[in-house]
Design a protein around this ligand. Structure first.
Ligand SMILES: Nc1ncnc2c1ncn2[C@@H]1O[C@H](COP(=O)(O)OP(=O)(O)O)[C@@H](O)[C@H]1O
Ligand SMILES: [Mg+2]
Length: 426
């Protein structure tokens, strides 16, 4: 098969690494890719927002399967266009991608189907939103309805913060994404990322993971796209996984099918594990980043047949095998991230770092310049490792980081701390 992967981050490097290992993959292309992905795939300069150009590329290169990494093209309807052109594509249609594209859509779906989630109301005008805030008080969570690249949610501890968030969103601070907002109850519990592969009707649970959103050690400082992750998530016991499938994922698939928008692709449920069990924080309609990096390290089975079965509606009797090992990834970012940062600094020592047992280094934002690897983004590397425990994976990842020479980069030193404490019986 000839396969085209769309995207340029660490998630796509991990997917490319796994797809390239499949005996089914003859040629693997990635658009636009990065310096690490170029080791697994042929990187092509193709504007993935230009659907006509993507279709033309697929025809010219006899692409048998397209795998879409990021959410924006999915929400914009790339799967509909490629499938209409006769090109098999892994991922949800535009109508199904509303599960990520509109938080209000997902909240209404939960309400209509008794799917556990935070209590909420939707607003398209400031005054009504402010009135509701005064009624319910803080702590409270304000969310822009649309895609906001991780900047659309304010967890407000005070009414003043919540009001400021409402004012910012209705003043156009997040563009069209904030033209409507969801205001929801503040949930208390432990967060987990849960992934299920779906074929429109059936779902199979993938693994769980936990990520670290804050930039600083001890989970302090501003939010980021994610500074590290590990899998499995200790809080996702067998029972919680079962409950999540029964109470959240399967009812969602039934509801989507009933409204004529069957969901195919990977469904990423952001969960809060509360005293009452799992509650849905949000859905994403694609693989998580950096969670995919640890999931791919733990997946024993060939990924490609699973992607095809999802697209073809054939997951009913499908099975995936996983290594019992844990996996952990540490994000190395450019100094200044998530604020302003510089591009173009050189990174050395990657080959020696990758020699450590169990270590795999995925590139999130790099480009090559002759033989040199240069930083080319905020999140730049995902130094990942497998181990018998999260603790062992953590030690290996940080040992690898110790061999990387990149004065302009930084990372958190405590990725996985909760799981490691648990393993130590703390
Ligand atoms: N109802 C809630 N209660 C407590 N925390 C929440 C709630 N909703 C969101 N959060 C926090 O805000 C983060 C971002 O919210 P989320 O809905 O996942 O939006 P996005 O990932 O699109 O920015 C979550 O990971 C969680 O930490
Ligand atoms: Mg989220």
């Amino acid at each position: 098969m000839n396969i085209l992967l769309l995207g340029a981050g660490g998630r796509e490097h991990a997917l490319a690494w796994k797809i390239a290992a499949s005996p089914l993959a003859d040629r693997l292309y990635c658009a636009p890719g990065n310096a690490g992905i170029a080791r697994e795939a042929e990187c092509v300069t193709l504007d993935i927002a230009n659907r006509a150009a993507v279709i033309e590329f697929c025809r010219a290169n006899r692409i048998d399967l397209v795998v879409v990494g990021p959410e924006a093209p999915l929400v914009a309807g790339i799967v509909d266009d490629l499938e209409a052109a006769g090109i098999k594509t892994f991922g949800p249609t535009r109508a199904a991608a509303r599960l990520e594209g509109s938080k209000g859509f997902t909240k209404d779906l939960c309400r209509a189907n008794d799917i556990p989630t935070a209590r909420y109301e939707r607003f398209d005008a400031k005054d009504a939103a402010r009135g509701y805030l005064r009624k319910v008080g803080a702590p409270i969570v304000v969310k822009a309805d649309g895609l906001a690249a991780g900047k659309g949610v304010v967890v407000a501890q005070t009414l003043a913060e919540a009001e400021a968030a409402i004012d910012m969103m209705f003043a156009g601070g997040l563009g069209a994404a904030g033209a409507e907002v969801v205001i929801e109850e503040f949930l208390v519990g432990e967060e987990a990322s849960f992934f299920a592969l779906c074929d429109g009707e059936n779902a199979i649970a993938l693994a769980s993971a936990q990520d670290h959103k804050r930039v600083g050690d001890g989970d302090t400082g501003p939010n980021t796209g994610g500074m590290g992750a590990y899998s499995p998530a200790p809080v996702m016991t067998e029972e919680m996984t079962q409950r999540t499938m029964d109470e959240i994922v399967r009812p969602t698939l039934r509801a989507m099918k009933a409204m004529g928008a069957p969901y195919k692709g990977v469904l990423f449920a952001g969960l809060m594990i509360t005293g009452d069990g799992p509650k849905l924080i949000e859905y994403n309609v694609r693989f998580g980043d950096p969670e995919t990096q640890v999931l791919m390290l733990r997946l024993m089975s060939d990924l490609v047949p699973a992607l095809i079965a999802s697209r073809d509606g054939q997951l009913k009797n499908f099975d995936l095998r996983w290594y019992s090992d844990a996996a952990l990834t540490v994000v190395m970012a450019a100094k200044g991230y998530p604020g302003d940062y510089a591009r173009g600094s050189a990174i050395e020592g990657l080959e020696s770092a990758a020699e450590i047992e169990g270590v795999e280094i995925f590139h999130a934002g790099t480009r090559s310049d002759g033989d040199r690897i240069l930083a080319n983004g905020g999140r730049v590397l995902n130094v990942s490792a497998r181990g018998k425990t999260v603790g062992e994976a953590q030690q290996r990842a940080y040992r690898a980081i110790g061999r990387i020479r990149w004065p302009d980069g930084f990372c958190r030193r405590d990725i996985g701390w909760q799981a490691v404490n648990r393993e130590r019986g703390g």
